[in-house]
Design a protein around this ligand. Structure first.
Ligand code: SF4
Ligand code: SF4
Length: 253
């Protein structure tokens, strides 16, 4: 298999139901194997903070190789990955079907799953990643004003830092007093125009962020759709997609 070819990558399914998937020793072996390949390659250095963390650890080690990095420090790399998949989709020439079989995101996901299973996920991460539950509570009009004020107050931020470990200087998104779903405007009745590559109508999944924090972005989208006479509906039932739970370790920085 040639490196950097133009063939579509093959994504092997995660074997997340097998016991071996959660075997920490085996996972560390695979982390070391892939970290070794990345250390010798390095173009992903500017994609996120996971790669610079890894390369800094290697460069600071006594051997200047991955074998000089303490296993416990591998978690520092895992913590920085927020599972965006850019390394796999756009950069890596060693993704399957290449025999080196580098799927960095899948490996990070496996490590995060092990961490979760061993109970090493704290209250702060559990709370911050429950975006739907937090949003429902924080967007009650009076509560929203209170939460936003608390998040801007130096004393309460210091308290939050000391109790939950949310850094006092970390910018936190404001909560809107009215959610996108509650202020959603129905689509005008316009006929569906079937495009060549699109169905000509839109079902909107607002996402926790737009619904609770930035409803204006959702309304902008509705305005664009209305302007182009594309009919839309808001999906009837919506629940958090779970991404914050998967990526919660990336919230640390
Ligand atoms: S998937 Fe993780 S490691 Fe890869 S670019 Fe995104 S954040 Fe970085
Ligand atoms: S993920 Fe692939 S391209 Fe990125 S540093 Fe590792 S081996 Fe290189």
């Amino acid at each position: 298999m040639r490196e950097g070819n133009l063939e579509a990558p093959t994504r092997h399914p995660l074997d997340w139901k097998s016991a071996a998937f959660y075997d920490e020793g085996k996972a560390f072996e695979e982390l070391k194997r892939v970290f070794d390949i990345c250390h010798g390659c390095r173009p992903c250095v500017n994609l996120c903070t996971a790669f610079p963390t890894l390369f800094d650890l290697v460069d600071a080690s006594s051997t200047l190789e991955v074998d000089g990095v303490a296993k416990q420090d591998y978690w520092k790399v895992v913590d920085q990955c927020y599972l965006c998949d850019t390394c796999y989709m756009t950069k890596c020439p060693y993704v399957p079907p290449h025999p080196w079989n580098v799927d960095f995101l899948h490996l990070m996901l496996r490590a995060k799953a092990i961490k979760f299973r061993t109970g090493e996920v704290g209250l702060r991460d559990k709370l911050l990643s429950s975006t739907d539950a937090m949003g429902k509570l924080a967007t009650i009009p009076v509560v929203a004003r209170m939460v936003n004020a608390v998040n801007k107050n130096g004393f309460s931020r210091t308290l939050l830092d000391q109790t939950l470990g949310v850094h006092k200087d970390r910018e936190l998104p404001e909560y809107a007093s009215s959610t996108f779903r509650s202020s959603f405007q129905e689509s005008k009745s316009v006929p569906v125009k079937d495009g060549k590559n699109t169905p000509g109508k839109v079902a909107i999944f607002s996402t926790c962020y737009v619904n609770y924090n930035e409803p204006g972005m959702g309304h902008d989208l509705l305005a664009v759709l209305a302007h182009n006479e594309i009919p839309y509906v808001l999906v009837e039932k919506e629940a958090c997609c779970g991404m914050p739970k998967l990526a919660r370790e990336g919230m640390r920085s």
